[in-house]
Write a protein that binds this ligand. Structure first.
Ligand code: ADP
Ligand code: MG
Length: 452
């Protein structure tokens, strides 16, 4: 898996960044039970970068590859390069793996598996135009769970703070009621757990786990799309909790009505409480977020530089944070204080990246169809003949590589195919590129055309 993942990342980063973040980074161990994947990185800076920018990809890839959730844990290599030690302000030696997504031990035993990011608190959440409604609702829910907005449904684009807000509710609740049972779950994990529970005949435990929660947080619920069995199961979980006045919070990248084949009764139940959208932050908010972030990292960044960085990334807060990390890394490497000139050069390649991120799947389909002399309609269709299957799979692969779209979203754009079909296509092309030079050069030609 590590090889596949590296190949994937190699194509997404330029050579310099790839070497900076991936060379000398290796998996150390994987615990089958806790699914912790311990990864050794060379410097604290690299650790920060992985946590911020690469973890999510890793989790996704591992899921795509093996169908399981992994929890990456990063350790800084002992006796790493001397220089790197000086690169950051003194930091305690990390001899023990540090959980990144993982919890501090919490008092109640059943919260042992609770994976909340300790940074995702209300204190660390900056409110602004795009998120204040959602933040207000989340606070209200944390204060009086099960009372006002049940369920609370938070939706909006990637990297806008949905997971952060949702977990903040969990933190707050545990602070006030340490014995409350909080369950946070990625919807994919719910799906997996459910499937496993059937296989292993542990459905009782599965139900017990979810139906006894005081607060159930389900992240990215759009992945329940088209999964009838899961929806059925979740419906009963929902009913049980709701009837016991337990709080349910969900996030999604879109409204329930827009989730493909979400059952009527779930759609209507999700509307019983409050549905609130998070929209992209305005410049003011982005500056405030950066300022807070810089403070918490102990970085000295003047206002005009903050302003500059904030003006470069205008959609996604995860990328905004990534930009700051990049500037920080540059300053460390060049042993220079952070200023606007340094920020400018550190972020020079950002524009390009953003441009290709802005690519539409429809554009990819068009270019690929042209290249292989077939039509977009054929690619969206169902025919399984080779001269259509290959372009279709290549287009899926490129959609995955060059856009932020999720697997289900890509499937949808290809005439409503299942996300597993997309996953399979991506795997297949990635593998073929290793042996089949024709495919390899086609993909690389197409990539160049699309990135131009
Ligand atoms: P989503 O779940 O919507 O994709 P996340 O909650 O993962 O987004 O947020 C992405 C990153 O941006 C996280 O590191 C989060 O802490 C940060 N972030 C998002 N919104 C805010 C905010 N309003 N204030 C501070 N940090 C934020
Ligand atoms: Mg999220």
């Amino acid at each position: 898996f590590w090889e596949t993942f590296n190949a994937e990342m190699r194509s997404q980063f330029n050579e310099v960044s790839y070497n900076a973040w991936f060379k000398n980074t290796k998996p150390v161990s994987f615990n089958k039970e806790t699914r912790e994947l311990v990864i050794s990185v060379q410097t604290p800076v690299a650790k920060g970068y992985w946590e911020q920018n690469i973890s999510a990809n890793l989790i996704q890839s591992a899921y795509a590859y093996a169908g399981i959730d992994v929890y990456p844990v990063f350790v800084v290599q002992q006796g790493g390069e001397k220089r790197s030690e000086r690169m950051v302000e003194p930091q305690k030696k990390e001899s023990q793996p540090v959980r990144t997504t993982g919890p501090e031990p919490v008092s109640a035993g059943f919260n042992r598996d609770l994976h909340l990011n300790e940074k995702y608190t209300f204190d660390n959440f900056i409110q602004g135009e795009g998120n204040k409604l959602a933040a207000g609702a989340a606070l209200a829910v944390a204060d009086s769970p099960g009372t006002f907005y049940n369920p609370l449904f938070i939706f909006g684009g990637v990297g806008l703070g949905k997971t952060h807000l949702m977990q903040a509710i969990g933190h707050q609740m545990l602070e006030e009621r340490p014995n409350a049972k909080v369950v946070y779950i990625q919807s994919e994990t719910f799906v997996n757990d459910f499937i496993n529970s059937i296989k292993n005949k542990t459905q009782e435990q599965f139900r017990e786990k979810y139906r006894t929660a005081d607060l159930l947080l389900v992240d990215d619920i759009q992945f329940f799309a088209k999964k009838e069995g899961i929806q059925e199961e979740f419906f009963h979980t929902f009913e049980t909790l709701y009837n016991n006045q337990k709080q349910i919070v969900m996030t999604s990248d879109r409204l329930p009505t827009e989730i493909p084949d979400l059952s009527e009764r779930l759609v209507s139940r999700f509307a019983w409480g409050l549905q609130v959208e998070i929209t992209p932050p305005d410049l003011e908010t982005r500056i405030a977020i950066l300022r807070k972030k810089a403070e918490s990292e102990g970085l000295e960044v003047d206002e005009s530089t903050l302003d500059y960085i904030a003006s470069q990334v205008d959609t996604n807060i995860r990328e905004l944070e990534g930009a700051l990390v990049k500037v920080q890394a540059q300053s460390t490497i060049q042993k220079q204080d952070i200023n606007i000139g340094l920020a400018r050069s550190a972020l020079a390649d950002l524009k390009l990246v953003q441009k290709s991120r802005g690519l539409q799947i429809s554009k990819i389909q068009e270019v690929v169809a042209n290249y292989f002399q077939t039509s977009v309609a054929e690619m969206k269709g169902k025919k399984r003949v080779r001269n259509i299957v290959i372009p279709r799979q290549v287009a899926m692969y490129l959609s995955r590589e060059l856009t932020d779209a999720s697997l289900p979203k890509i499937g949808q754009e290809f005439g409503g195919k299942d996300h597993t079909t997309v996953m399979h296509a991506c795997d297949k092309i990635a593998r073929q590129m290793k042996t089949d030079t024709e495919i390899k050069s086609a993909v690389s030609d197409l990539r160049q055309m699309l990135e131009r």
